[in-house]
Design a protein around this ligand. Sequence first.
Ligand SMILES: [Mg+2]
Length: 435
Amino acid sequence: MSRGSDPVTHSIETPDSPLAGSGPAHDRSTAGWDRVIAHADMDAFYAAVEVLDNPTLRGKPVIVGGSSARGVVTSASYEARIFGVHSAMPTAQARKLCPDAIFVRGRMDRYVEISRAIRDVFDAFSPVVEPLSLDEAFLDLTGSERLLGPPIEVARALKRRVIERTGLVVSVGVASTRMAAKILSDMSKPDGLLILGPDHLCAFLEPLPVERLWGVGRVTLARMHQEGIRTIGELARRDVADLKARFGSFGPHLYELANGRDPRPVVADWQRKSYGEENTFEHDLALDSLELRRVLIAHADALGRRLRADQVRARTVTLKLKLARPLGGGRYPILTRSASSDDPTDDSAAIAKLAIMLVARVTEREKVRLAGVQVHNLERADASQMGLFDSPAGAAAKSTRLNRALDAVARRFGDDAVTRGLARAERAAPSRRIK
Ligand SMILES: [Mg+2]
């Protein structure tokens, strides 16, 4: 393995292979790609960190894991893998396979530290990064071509930046689906880079063992074998109705994957997040009371501020109400109502309007003891759009200006300084922030 060299593929690449680690075949354009998805995965991460921090380990079989009788291998250097050692293997077995191995106890703090540096690098290449663990992530590179160049150049640059920043090697797969990208990064290891165009996706999947498909575990695999299905191609050619009869709704799902159709997008971790504010009242409030409105407006104000500070916008607002009628055992009925808007927003007034509108949808005529507002379905606030509003005009611009002014006041004097001229909402306890 040549660390830091220009990454090329290893045994997999052939001159007429649909896989390109280098060469002109699929370098230049992503025309015809629905999505461009990279999967980046650090090589033997924990073991590599140990070698990085203790160069005397370089070139030796290093095994990270519990050394007790019941310990398992969490990571093994490639020098150890040659002996058949792999992660999740009992340490005792690894010791038998590779008696000369150097066993190291893991240092999670250090792995987390390096993981953050890796994440910084990934974030510089895509606004949509979906981490799967400390050392691997999907990056959505769709539409990045104009800015960053063709995917192969991006992937090479990514590998270079990770080495420069951390001294560690990452392998990268690029494809039009998540599943294929992940299979490719795995196949390319160590120090690999594989790119597969969508035209070649099915031909690539065809000969692979069916357990390569996500979700095919031991039980499903045994049943697939019973049905005479051993490769992804064999599954792809089956009758989908027949698969449904035999495997339930999982059958058609696997059939789609086998045929190269995997519509799941890369979802950034910030997109999964939601923001929420809620509080319990000193006295139960009527649904149509002014006090309840004030509380919702205060929550919306706080949410808008948090969204703007994080530069994200939300499409969906959820109202949460806890009714005052006890169910016994300290429990109360909880109602939620949600509404989404076409335009993602970070505007407190827009969030308040939706929340108040949702109160009107509640048919129960009961008092409430708690009210909360949550926002989710987040999007990154578009930087270019924000630029447009630098010299705002019109209604949206007016609320942008107002929000900025309020944010500035809140930063100086604290959140409670800003409740849009309303009396402070009645609170039994300070609002709870939920993230
Ligand atoms: Mg890894």
